[in-house]
Unconditional design. Structure first.
Length: 269
């Protein structure tokens, strides 16, 4: 009897069979692609994994784990850290794995770079660049933006406000503590958030510009109660606020010291 030759099927072929089976059923897919029906059932259970691997991937075989005692504890720790939006590097993974191995009294485990690479490959992890450190925009932000622009345009027309009386203010945070830009994350994750250190808003600058192009003096607000003793450059107004933000009191100070003193200001008209 001639031995049956085993075939290896690429991930792309398996996904095609799965798509056909979803519409026409497992038996029809097996007949269409000339494969066993049990293979179709097996592949459908692996659909998520097949979407995440290369199209030319033929099997999920890998070497036996040398330290099975570790289990999924390092992966669970990574998931907990990423759920809290904390950055995770390969070095921290290795250190955490070494700590777990020490607690479990696993001998001869070093947690080197090669182990970390195999661990990440096994658990479908990769190093991802940060996509955001802030909140996502609401789904209807474009509609709200259009409504706001229309409202402002109508008010300017109705009140006959001149360009030199229209001020645009931007609050620009000064990054005193730069957050990291990369972290270990599951492959295919669309949004990679990283929790910041909390000091990136220790100071921020308020920039003002009029509709006619005139620029106003900058105001810098520090998150503290007393003014710093350092000497600041001319043309910059320095203020302090306990929360480090532009509140109602600071807005009054900005109007008194910046806006009304400009040429063509309301008090000069």
């Amino acid at each position: 009897m001639v031995p049956v030759k085993r075939h290896a099927y690429e991930a792309q072929f398996r996904l095609q069979a799965i798509s056909y089976a979803v519409v026409n059923g497992n038996r029809a897919a097996a007949k269409e692609f000339n494969i066993n029906e049990s293979m179709v059932r097996k592949w459908r259970k692996q659909e998520n994994e097949l979407h995440q691997v290369k199209k030319t991937k033929q099997s999920f075989r890998r070497n036996k784990s040398r330290w099975p005692q570790l289990g999924d504890q390092p992966e669970q720790w990574i998931i907990e850290q990423r759920t809290a939006a904390r950055s995770v590097s390969t070095v921290t993974i290795r250190l955490k794995a070494a700590t777990i191995a020490q607690d479990m009294k696993i001998e001869h485990f070093q947690g080197g770079p090669s182990w970390c690479f195999r661990f990440m490959k096994k658990h479908n992890l990769s190093i991802c660049a940060r996509t955001t450190v802030a909140k996502q925009l609401p789904a209807d932000y474009k509609e709200k933006l259009a409504i706001f622009r229309t409202y402002c345009s109508n008010k300017i027309t109705d009140k006959k406000i001149q360009p030199n009386h229209i001020t645009n203010m931007d609050e620009v945070p000064l990054t005193l503590d730069i957050p990291v830009n990369h972290t270990v994350e599951k492959k295919g994750t669309s949004t990679v958030s990283i929790r910041t250190t909390g000091h990136e808003k220790s100071a921020f600058t308020v920039l003002g510009c009029h509709g006619n192009g005139q620029k106003l003096p900058r105001i810098v607000i520090f998150k503290r109660k007393t003014l710093p003793k350092e000497k600041f450059p001319a043309g910059i107004i320095v203020k302090t606020n306990q929360k480090g933000w532009m509140d109602e009191e600071k807005m009054r100070e900005w109007l008194r010291e910046v806006d009304v003193k400009r040429p063509d200001g309301f008090f000069h008209a």
